[in-house]
Design a protein around this ligand. Structure first.
Ligand code: NDP
Length: 314
């Protein structure tokens, strides 16, 4: 196993990780950044990002992340591919292992591992994964040109995915468990005005069916009420957009996580329960979860590391 040493190790490569890298580099901390298994993070799987300041016409999520990476490279952030598999935060320098048989000894760590798409938990989701079930419309939507698809969820992600798919598919069902959309007003209006999108309110998915690939979904409307109704829809694609789960399994038992798994931070800073370990972006954000807030907290984490290392030299 190769052992590397760094003052500042950044785990994760979304807006939080790259921004932390840019700031830590400019503070001469020579940061090392591990990209994880989805370089660029969640934004690489979205379409247009219209609310990141500085892009008046909007920007494709993939291009935004490519720009952030380029900016980090310009300041010589040591960007490496690899997934962190084990950490020991019991003493400094912290010890971090990666799947590339690399051990990193780090004086400080910034966790910016983000969050991953959630699934409903139906056995059929596994059965048809890659055969019609997906959690990323921009990755897989192309396969459903001129077909019928469904998106599950009522938030901004679900609306965005439904709108994206409406440009490809012949019909899009949006399956919403409540009687309203949680998405922002502008997204709600776009969805409700789109003739290709049919919103099924008060509806839950109870199963999927199909011979070799997905052919449809079993749905139930107004479950548990006297008006409960079971019906099927014929679809070729089933897209999950029901939120995300923080990527923190590897940190369990090492730092304080909340009941859902988000990293707990303290004092309005990016400090975690372990001095010298900081967290930024969606992995520690149950409330805002925006690209710009993730980038902002990445900046804060790098500034927190800089101060911590000054006060706690090894
Ligand atoms: P949200 O948590 O906002 O929404 C999740 C949706 O999925 C809700 O409608 C929820 O229903 C539904 N849901 C959750 N679990 C289930 C389940 N088991 N069965 C059926 N439905 C379920 O997640 P998003 O990913 O949409 O958004 C996360 C954050 O990112 C938000 O702050 C959002 O504003 C932001 N965002 C912003 C974008 C933009 O501005 N361009 C684009 C995408 C996201 P219920 O309402 O009943 O809880």
């Amino acid at each position: 196993m190769e052992t590397l040493k760094t003052k500042c190790l950044i785990i994760g490569s979304g807006p939080a990780g790259y921004t932390a890298g840019i700031y830590a580099s400019r503070a001469n901390l020579k940061p090392m950044l591990f990209e994880g298994n989805q370089p660029g993070g969640q934004l690489t799987t979205t379409t247009e990002v219209e609310n990141f300041p500085g892009y008046p016409e909007g920007i494709n999520g993939f291009d935004l992340m490519a720009d952030l990476r380029k900016q980090a490279e310009r300041f010589n952030v040591d960007i490496r591919s690899g997934l962190v598999t084990k950490v020991d935060f019991s003493k400094r320098p912290f010890r971090v292992e990666t799947d590339g048989d690399v051990v990193v000894e780090a004086e400080a760590v910034i966790i910016s591992t983000g969050a991953s798409a959630k699934y409903l938990g139906l056995a059929d989701e596994n059965k048809y994964k890659g055969l019609g079930v997906s959690a990323c419309a921009t990755c897989d939507g192309f396969f459903y040109r001129k077909k019928r698809v469904a998106v599950v969820g009522g938030g901004d992600t679900a609306c965005e995915e439904a709108l994206y798919l409406s440009n490809l598919a012949t019909e899009v069902f949006l399956i919403v468990r409540k009687d309203y959309l949680r998405a922002s007003k502008v997204m709600q209006e776009r969805v409700l005005a789109n003739p290709k999108i049919k919103v099924l309110f008060n509806t839950n998915t109870v199963g999927l069916f199909g011979e070799d690939a997905l052919e449809g979904a079993h749905l139930v409307e107004r479950k548990g009420t006297p008006e409960e109704q079971h019906f099927d829809i014929a679809i070729d694609g089933f897209f999950l957009a029901i939120g995300h789960q923080p990527n923190t399994r590897v940190f369990e038992g090492q730092i304080n996580l909340d009941s859902v798994g988000y990293v707990e931070t303290y004092n309005g800073t990016t400090e975690t329960s372990v001095p010298g370990v900081f967290a930024a972006g969606d992995v520690a954000d149950t409330r805002y979860r925006q690209a710009i807030t993730a980038a902002g907290s990445g900046c804060k984490a790098a500034l927190d590391v800089e101060r911590f290392l000054l006060e706690n030299p090894l």
